[in-house]
Design a protein around this ligand. Structure first.
Ligand code: SAM
Ligand code: SF4
Ligand code: SF4
Length: 334
């Protein structure tokens, strides 16, 4: 199944909730996502059965990677029941989850692994307590997240990927120490350029630390060299330490957009299908799902949506002159 720019669909990112126990400054700033913010209601969320149905159709059309995200996916009750269903779908080669790690106890990690989860990505923006606390907006210390990363690896969700969003003047001074901490541990830290997802973070180009700068900061202390991508369309550029002590990833979505190889579809927690992280409208799959539509009819709808896809927001970012309303990251899923 190819889109209008000849890109196949290969990954489906599934947001299971728009809620989160963190208030990261670049994602759910407190002044907007406060006590009066209106999140989706339980009845608006797709059930695990509904998500499984959509996922099966996508897998029949070429999707091989499923990623659960949010909001914070571990705040959704018994997420392992969904993982069990998804891991039983024939053709899924990769099933992973992205989490802030705050709720990842040993018991939870074991349940996730036992239900068929293969990999996990845990976000951590700084090893420095004050910086991390100010970035997550809820005063959460880094130590439990570091523990969660080790726990995940210990139950077999290895290698653990660690996501760090780098924002100029906020945590750029934490890049080198994070690289140093994870060097030689087997965990792979990935530095992400701060993106203009949604509107509430009031993104400005000057706040982005580019991939080139990140390479520079790390390379000054630890010589690195490029490694070849694991697969076509991989978002992270891989770099390995010359002394053999592991690798890092850099996600250059702003400075080197990768729309031409973008094979990702996104399903929001309330069942809207988005064909780009920066989309401002989605296609409702929940209504047909709940109206007794057959799988064949749903598949036809999905084929029509994907084949009309022309999204390449990041490539066009520099030439955008008007501010368009965009979907928030916590809603659409990272
Ligand atoms: N709550 C989970 C977490 O934080 O890992 C999963 C959802 S979160 C939206 C997924 C990823 O998106 C996280 O690694 C987060 O750091 C990243 N992210 C959120 N807002 C971002 C932004 N404006 N620019 C770049 N990455 C962002
Ligand atoms: Fe929550 Fe993840 Fe967004 Fe932070 S990045 S506010 S942890 S959804
Ligand atoms: Fe894909 Fe849209 Fe990101 Fe481009 S901007 S890489 S099309 S999600």
């Amino acid at each position: 199944m190819l889109d209008a720019l000849q890109r196949p669909v290969h990954d489906l990112r599934i947001s299971v909730t728009d809620r989160c126990n963190f208030r990261c400054v670049y994602c759910m700033p407190k002044h907007i996502f406060g006590p009066n913010y209106s999140f989706l209601k339980r009845s608006q969320l797709l059930s695990y059965e509904e998500i499984e149905r959509v996922a099966r159709i996508f897998v029949n059309h070429g999707v091989r990677k499923l990623r659960l995200t949010g909001g914070e996916p571990l705040v959704r009750k018994d997420i392992e029941l969904l993982i069990e269903k998804l891991s039983a779908i024939d053709g899924v080669q990769d099933l992973s989850l992205t989490t802030n790690g705050s709720l990842l106890t040993l018991d939870k990690a074991e349940k996730l692994r036992a239900s068929g989860l293969r990999r996990i990505t845990i976000s951590l923006d700084s090893l420095d307590g004050d910086t991390f606390k100010s970035m997550n907006g809820v005063d959460f210390a880094p130590e439990p997240i570091l523990q969660a990363i080790d726990t995940a690896a210990a139950v077999g969700l290895a290698p653990v990927k660690v996501n760090m969003v780098v924002k100029r003047g906020v945590n750029d001074n934490a890049v080198q120490s994070a690289a140093e901490y994870f060097r030689g541990t087997g965990h792979i830290i990935r530095f992400i350029e701060y993106m203009d997802v949604g509107n509430s973070n009031r993104w400005q180009r000057e706040q982005v630390i580019s991939a080139a700068e990140i390479r520079d900061i790390i390379g000054r202390k630890f010589p690195i060299e490029p490694a070849s991508p694991d697969y076509h369309g991989e978002v992270a550029q891989r770099w390995r330490y010359r002394d053999g002590s592991g690798e890092i990833g850099i996600i250059a979505s702003v400075s080197q957009p990768f729309c031409s190889t973008c094979t990702r579809a996104r399903l929001s927690a309330d069942g809207l299908l988005y064909t780009c992280l920066f989309a401002n409208t989605g296609h409702d799959l929940r209504a047909p799902l709940r109206a007794g539509t057959t799988d064949e009819e749903l598949a036809t709808t999905i084929r029509q949506i994907w084949s009309a896809r022309t999204d390449r927001y990041s490539e066009l970012r520099a030439s955008q002159t008007i501010e368009i309303p965009k979907i928030e990251m916590s809603y659409i899923g990272g």
